[in-house]
Design a binder for this molecule. Structure first.
Ligand SMILES: [Zn+2]
Ligand SMILES: [Zn+2]
Length: 272
């Protein structure tokens, strides 16, 4: 079954760059989350998704790591040339510490997000929740529109209690499934990076993501989940097959029919 209100277009996902667009399929109105890819890829994948980039009414930033922010300047300038100047929402610390956002302070409309204080944009309500990551005030988002909800969690070493609450009873779930624990341990990364990725402020492993999905599926409101997409999948310490199989297993053991997909680094995946 498809989410007949919200559609998630993951334009890119992974440590080389992240960007996503959430579209209200009834109106075509959109918001974007993060922009760590170049303007050409951003606009090209919007076109592929059938999204009019001029319909993007706000951009939300999860945290200030460059794989989530480095394309903001060029992409916003590109949108500006199309006559579209969406505000950029981020938590205070991100606005303060992100060099990319500081650089753009004069030329973009930057607005403060605060915890638990929903923002209305494109007919959607967007609320931020804390993630556990080695960046100032990193967050995920719960997006609601006409009784449908979408949860977006990437870049988190553990699922925080706030994140778990925010992801409950969503219809579409974008959930980080970054690495396979054994592949990370035996892989090419230097020791300090292995430590970082696997730490409580790093990235969710496939096992952690599957546990979270299983938990969400056995709780109240689980019947609502229609689609789940594995996010920020590592090209060094994971395969695209493992998160898919893990999510499919978790859904099957909960007796739940969920559409499972995996977001890619270099191509569009639409779900919901
Ligand atoms: Zn990232
Ligand atoms: Zn990060």
């Amino acid at each position: 079954m498809a989410n007949d209100v919200l559609r998630l277009h993951v334009l890119a996902s992974g440590s080389a760059g992240n960007a996503a667009v959430i579209e209200d399929v009834r109106t075509g109105r959109c918001i974007a989350i993060d922009c760590g890819i170049c303007k050409r890829d951003f606009l090209g994948r919007c076109a592929e998704a059938g999204v009019d980039p001029r319909a993007i009414e706000a951009v939300f930033v999860t945290h200030d790591h460059t794989d989530h922010t480095k394309g903001l300047g060029v992409t916003l300038r590109g949108l500006g040339k199309l006559g579209c100047t969406p505000p950029v929402y981020a938590l205070d610390e991100v606005l303060l510490f992100s060099s990319e956002l500081r650089r753009l302070a004069e030329t973009t409309d930057q607005r403060r997000l605060s915890w638990d204080d929903p923002v209305s944009a494109a007919g959607m309500e967007v609320v931020a929740f804390p993630t556990s990551h080695d960046a100032a005030a990193s967050c995920g988002f719960r997006v609601e529109c006409s009784g449908k909800a979408l949860g977006y969690l990437t870049d988190s070493g553990v699922v925080t209690p706030e994140a778990h609450d925010a992801l409950r009873s969503v219809h579409t779930l974008a959930l980080e499934s970054n690495h396979d624990v054994d592949m990370l341990a035996n892989g090419p990364y230097p020791f300090y990076l292995k430590q970082r990725v696997g730490s409580q402020t790093g990235h969710l492993s496939n096992d952690q993501a599957c546990d979270e999905l299983a938990k969400l599926l056995t709780e109240d409101g689980a019947g609502r989940l229609e689609a789940v997409v594995a996010m920020h999948v590592s090209r060094n310490n994971n395969t695209y097959r493992l998160p898919r199989e893990g999510f499919e297993r978790a859904a099957a053991s909960a007796g739940h029919d969920v559409s499972v997909s995996v977001a890619f680094q270099d191509r569009l995946v639409s779900t919901g």
